[in-house]
Design a protein around this ligand. Structure first.
Ligand code: NAD
Ligand code: 2YG
Ligand code: MG
Length: 267
């Protein structure tokens, strides 16, 4: 798994605010309003502890701080433990934490110590970026279109396509790994997207790959919406401008809020 870098997180606070504004414009729901709707949960004054973890690649500069910004920006109470790892866990619990956020190189999780719920970043990220597209309005320029293109069928793309299927979308899939495409097509009622045999453009595009330039001109319509957790961004500035593409992308906060709502109590 490609790890985040401090550079990826450099503009995270502005990006989270700007993406929340765009999500509200596209869906009529603020990001926390959309999370509340899809999970049916709500915060109830939980205290969120963020534990820095030194295993593997170690502490990523601004990672814990970006989580704390997200927690506090959405009105929750949170703190970063002074200690790391096991000592950090002890500190979190003895200071009254209700929810733990922590990540090593393989998993970034939220765990609610009160109700036992646990959430995984890859699943919650795929879900929320897909739900943004499901709820995006567009009227005459295609927002009610039930076709969606999913690029990248990994640990984030798979829960995203499950979300689209649950919402009765016609899901077109592509991955550079043809074995992965065949595996997915044997498990889910999806269409294999083939740009040469059957070119098609989409109003709604989901992308979760670690590569740039995965979104080619041929799949775009004027005013397409791209919802993508993928890092780096899979569409060029030139294409964004030419097709007036609305792009939802942010490195950490959107997925984190989705994880927190996944572990809150039902409202
Ligand atoms: P993964 O490795 O499980 O899946 C990535 C998939 O993309 C693979 O199936 C791979 O074959 C495919 N792929 C690679 N290059 C491609 C290309 N050029 N065209 C089409 N498919 C291609 O990774 P993942 O855990 O699903 O993460 C995907 C991306 O999302 C990564 O960049 C990761 O860093 C990012 N991510 C972002 C957030 C966030 O909050 N923004 C959260 C989690 C993951
Ligand atoms: O506590 C720390 O600072 C580190 N142990 C955090 C490590 C996180 C590693 N994971 C990643 O970089 C991501 N691929 C997952 C993060 C989700 C958002 N992109
Ligand atoms: Mg995110």
């Amino acid at each position: 798994m490609a790890l985040l870098t401090p550079e990826d997180l450099a503009n995270m606070t502005d990006a989270l605010v700007e993406n929340d504004r765009l999500i509200t414009e596209l869906t009529t729901y603020s990001l926390d309003g959309l999370c509340r709707k899809i999970y049916g949960t709500a915060p109830a004054k939980e205290k969120v502890a963020i534990i820095p973890i030194t295993a593997g690649g170690g502490i990523i500069g601004s990672f814990s701080e970006s989580l704390l910004f997200t927690v506090q920006h959405f009105g929750m109470d949170g703190f970063i433990t002074e200690n790391t790892d096991v000592a950090g866990w002890y500190e979190a619990v003895t200071k009254g934490a209700d929810i733990i956020l922590m990540a090593d190189d393989l998993a970034y999780i939220a765990h609610n110590l009160r109700n036992g719920k646990i959430a995984h970043n890859q699943i919650c990220t795929g879900r929320i970026y897909a739900e943004i597209l499901c709820h995006a309005k567009g009227g005459k320029d295609g927002g009610d279109d039930k076709d969606v293109l999913v690029l990248g069928l990994g640990k984030v793309g798979t829960p995203a396509l499950e979300t689209f299927l649950n919402e009765k979308f016609n899901v077109y899939v592509f991955d550079v790994d043809s074995n992965r495409v065949n595996e997915i097509a044997s498990q889910y009622p999806v269409f294999k997207y083939d740009s040469e045999k059957e070119p098609k453009s989409f109003f709604k595009i989901f992308e979760a790959t670690p590569c740039p330039d995965t979104i080619s001109e041929s799949v775009l319509k004027q005013n397409s919406i791209v919802s993508t957790p993928g890092i780096p961004l899979g569409i060029s500035d030139e294409l964004i401008e030419k097709y007036n593409v609305r792009v939802v992308q942010e490195p950490l906060g959107i997925g984190t809020l989705s994880m927190l709502y996944a572990v809150f109590d039902e409202k």
